[in-house]
Design a protein around this ligand. Structure first.
Ligand code: FMN
Length: 296
């Protein structure tokens, strides 16, 4: 007769919570680190935590029936011949084609155009669905350069040089093989059905001096018409903002650690970077110190 040990419940750890313990067991069993999408699950200060200062004596209230509160934002007036104007200060961030389908891109474009704001392409290039339905489309220039071509640069309304994302500042990307359809593979000139990694840094510049040259090239290709954004993940917002300004950006896009992502290592999502709210103040300070506040 064989004797089986009765199943036991693992002992609780005083140091690590149940999730951490289960993660250690999973990683030991499979030998792979966890990759997932979505944003950070930890609690960080969020826009819902903001409190607003209302009008009193130092700020005169608007007369609600006769005066309106403008919410429009002009982006790109520093250098671009054709700045863009958003009706609301909310935009749709870049999401890769492959992670999002063509119909999802179309839906975002339609919604954003109705609301008077922009959408953004992502890793994998520009689709006809989003160009056709977004009245203002920002084209991402990413380290991977998947789907990048000068023709689409010229069809965009603004260009965003992606240095990093909040969920994985300094990290590359991952698109799982199941998502690489014929069309996605074709746009990326890579094989179908195989996991694709996006590199973590641009191959053609290493610092602000050559980023400035790259931005100059992008301006020449687009005849100095398009606003150029630089997107950085929340890491060192004061210095990164100052160097983006130095490199010639019209707009600095700051993305905090709680932000969503297509897929990346869980340890990046939860443990790397600063929340957006913590980035804004140092970034504004950098703009003020450079005399660029409200210009960039
Ligand atoms: C599904 C998905 C795909 C994304 N793909 C890209 C991408 O291709 N390029 C990029 O710069 N950021 C990408 N991101 C990050 C977003 O642009 C944005 O920075 C992030 O979602 C933070 O905004 P949130 O706080 O509104 O989530 C992606 C995010 C999601 C959720």
């Amino acid at each position: 007769m064989t004797y089986h040990n009765p199943p036991t419940t693992p002992r609780k750890s005083a140091t690590f919570d149940d999730y951490t313990m289960s993660e250690i067991r999973r990683a030991a069993a499979t030998g792979v680190y966890d990759i997932r999408g979505g944003g950070a699950k930890r609690k960080v200060p969020h826009f819902d935590d903001l409190l607003f200062l209302d009008a009193s004596i130092s700020r005169y209230p608007l007369e609600g029936y006769r005066e309106s509160c403008g919410t429009n934002v002009v982006l790109g007036s520093r250098f671009a011949k054709k700045p863009i104007e958003l009706k609301i200060p909310i935009t749709i961030a870049g999401m890769s084609f492959g992670l999002l389908s063509g119909p999802a891109k179309e839906a975002l474009g339609r919604g954003a155009s109705l609301s008077g704001t922009s959408t953004t392409t992502g890793d994998g290039g520009m689709t006809e669905e989003e160009r056709g339905h977004s009245s203002i489309l920002v084209y991402q220039y990413l380290p991977s350069r998947y789907g990048m071509n000068p023709r689409d640069l010229r069809r965009a309304d603004a260009i965003e040089v992606v240095v990093g994302q909040g969920a994985k500042p300094g990290g590359g990307g991952m698109l799982l093989g199941q998502k690489i359809s014929d069309r996605v593979a074709d746009m990326r000139t890579l094989p179908k059905g195989i996991d694709q990694r996006s590199v973590c840094r641009h191959p053609d510049w290493t610092g602000p001096d050559d980023l400035e040259i790259k931005i100059g090239e992008l301006r020449e290709i687009t005849d100095w018409e398009k606003p150029i954004y630089v997107k950085v993940g929340g890491a060192r917002p004061y210095y990164d903002t100052a160097l983006a300004v130095k490199s010639g950006a019209d707009v600095v896009v700051l993305d905090g650690m709680q932000g969503g992502t297509a897929a990346t290592q869980e340890v990046f999502i939860e443990n790397v970077g600063l929340p957006t709210l913590a980035c804004i103040r140092p970034a504004v300070q950098a703009l003020q110190d450079l005399g660029m506040h409200r210009k960039v």
